[in-house]
Design a protein around this ligand. Structure first.
Ligand SMILES: Cc1cc2nc3c(=O)[nH]c(=O)nc-3n(C[C@H](O)[C@H](O)[C@H](O)COP(=O)(O)O)c2cc1C
Length: 189
């Protein structure tokens, strides 16, 4: 028996992302964000949504650029922390123990502790309900050598990304391979 649970902001799982930005003085900020997804392959583009009061939003308006790092099991505590405290109240990058580095292609910081980061330039934005939705063109992907396989591709089992379970407010592992995409269904052809 299925039950109607009503209208909810539900996806399972959500990514756990850390958005890196600079303010007008060049001070770095980091913010946790889960309302996100890929919106285009060519050009590669990502959508992120945040509430109006976020320091990150003010920074993005100034710099028109941001980085997106994938939270991992190793960075879980810092990633959660930057989602609990606003940069409007002080330097949380320092208290999170994160190392800000100026990205090569855009005016935004990435954080050395995260193995995979997207460098994004703002393409578009719009208000949807309480959120501002921002589309960012991904102009570069930065990855630690340690998380690449022999062919230079990102190995998800090495990244150990975490995902967000909104319903239970849990972080869950997103690194276990359970099947092969575009192959599992072929037996049903
Ligand atoms: C797991 C998690 C996911 C979050 N996802 C979002 C999100 O998608 N959009 C948003 O506006 N805030 C989200 N937040 C809340 C912000 O990260 C939080 O308000 C943060 O302090 C904002 O930082 P800032 O003001 O320095 O930009 C999330 C927090 C956590 C812990």
């Amino acid at each position: 028996m299925k039950k109607n649970l009503g209208a909810k902001d539900l996806l399972m799982p959500n990514p756990v992302l850390v958005i890196g930005t600079y303010d007008e003085e060049g001070r770095p900020n980091a913010m946790t964000l889960a309302w996100a997804g890929v919106v285009s392959s060519n050009p590669p583009a990502i959508s992120i949504s945040m509430r109006e009061q976020r320091k990150t939003l003010a920074n993005i308006k100034v710099k028109q650029a941001f980085t997106v790092s994938f939270a991992t099991e190793d960075t879980m505590k810092a990633s959660d922390y930057v989602g609990l405290v606003s940069g409007n109240k002080g330097d949380k990058v320092y208290s999170a123990g994160l190392t800000a580095v100026h990205a090569e292609h855009i005016d935004a910081p990435y954080f050395a502790e995260y193995p995979v980061t997207l460098e994004c330039k703002v393409m578009d934005s719009r208000k949807i309900g309480q959120h501002i939705n921002i589309i960012g063109e991904i102009v570069n992907v930065l990855a630690d050598e340690e998380v690449l396989d022999a062919n230079g591709k990102i190995d998800v089992t090495k990244v150990k990304a975490i995902a967000y379970d909104h319903t239970g407010e849990n972080y869950i592992a997103a690194s276990q391979i359970v099947g092969k995409a575009f192959k599992e269904g072929s037996a049903l052809h």
